[in-house]
Design a protein around this ligand. Structure first.
Ligand code: PGA
Length: 264
């Protein structure tokens, strides 16, 4: 299966002009190999404009080349419409032809006080609109310091709550898990490929046995860059990467995509 590389721009860049420049620089080249699928995830406010660029016939880019290019949202709300000031619904995103939604990112759990119960409602709402879900899970440093059993239990608990009531057909081909240890996000200190692999194998086992998924997809995220990407993605079990900081530098991101493309 193709490796999935997701560019999470977070609250960057600060202007539409810069967002357009970054998008064009990130996607405006051709690659011959076909081993990667790219999802660009900008702030909501840039989605329409970037989708216009992606779909413009002039754009001789990844979009029209052999690599699949998709667009995602960084968050959603669980209702379809109504009196929810400041929120964006899965239906609105679907209407724009957005394909993916990141749900439960640790920064939203921290700064927007999102609970597992809220995340569960969001996952259900996204699936209802046929958005593909990138559900983020991962343990904080104090848990990792207690050892791998504690870290795995933490992640298992998050999955139990975030995926409550969901399994089998409801999830298959629509759910992607991003294992993102919180201590590795934006710190420049990634997990080792061994730690990522071990945890991802565990998550996959849970998805198969408890959620009846036949071919679960699980990514790694946390300080991924062009220097360490190969160490993660050379393992068959690691299906791709969620890239934050490094996706804001078009050259660096291009390197990540090219390296991914070379992995078989
Ligand atoms: P980072 O962010 O690559 O900057 O560590 C990853 C993420 O939060 O998705």
């Amino acid at each position: 299966m193709k490796k999935l590389i997701i560019a999470n721009w977070k609250m960057n860049p600060p202007t539409l002009k810069k967002a357009k420049e970054l998008f064009s620089a990130t996607t405006n080249y051709r690659l011959q190999a076909k081993n990667a699928e790219i999802v660009i995830v900008p702030p909501f406010i840039y989605l329409s404009e970037l989708l216009k660029i992606k779909n413009s016939p002039k754009q001789s880019t990844l979009a029209t080349g052999q690599i699949k290019l998709k667009i995602g949202a960084q968050n959603i709300f669980w209702a379809t419409e109504g009196a929810y000031t400041g929120e964006i619904s899965p239906k609105m995103l679907k209407d724009l032809y957005v394909d993916y939604a990141i749900i439960g990112h640790s920064e939203r759990r921290k700064y927007a006080a999102e609970t597992d119960e809220m995340i569960n409602k969001k996952v259900i709402a996204a699936l209802k609109e046929s958005l593909k879900v990138i559900l983020c899970v991962g343990e904080p440093l104090e848990i990792r310091k207690k050892g791998k059993k504690a870290a795995m239990d933490f992640v298992k608990n998050q999955l139990q709550k975030d995926l409550k009531g969901l399994k089998g057909k409801l999830l298959s081909n629509k759910l992607i898990i991003a294992y993102e240890p919180i201590w590795a996000i934006g710190t420049g200190i990634s997990a080792t490929p061994e730690t990522a692999l071990e945890t991802i194998k565990y998550i996959k086992k849970l998805l198969i046995t408890n959620y009846q998924l036949l071919t679960p997809r699980v990514l790694y995220g946390g300080s991924v860059d062009s220097k360490n990407i190969k160490g993660f993605l050379q393992h068959n079990e690691i299906d791709g990467a969620l890239v934050g900081g490094a996706s804001l530098n078009a050259k660096e991101f291009k390197k990540i995509v090219e390296l991914t493309n070379k992995i078989n």
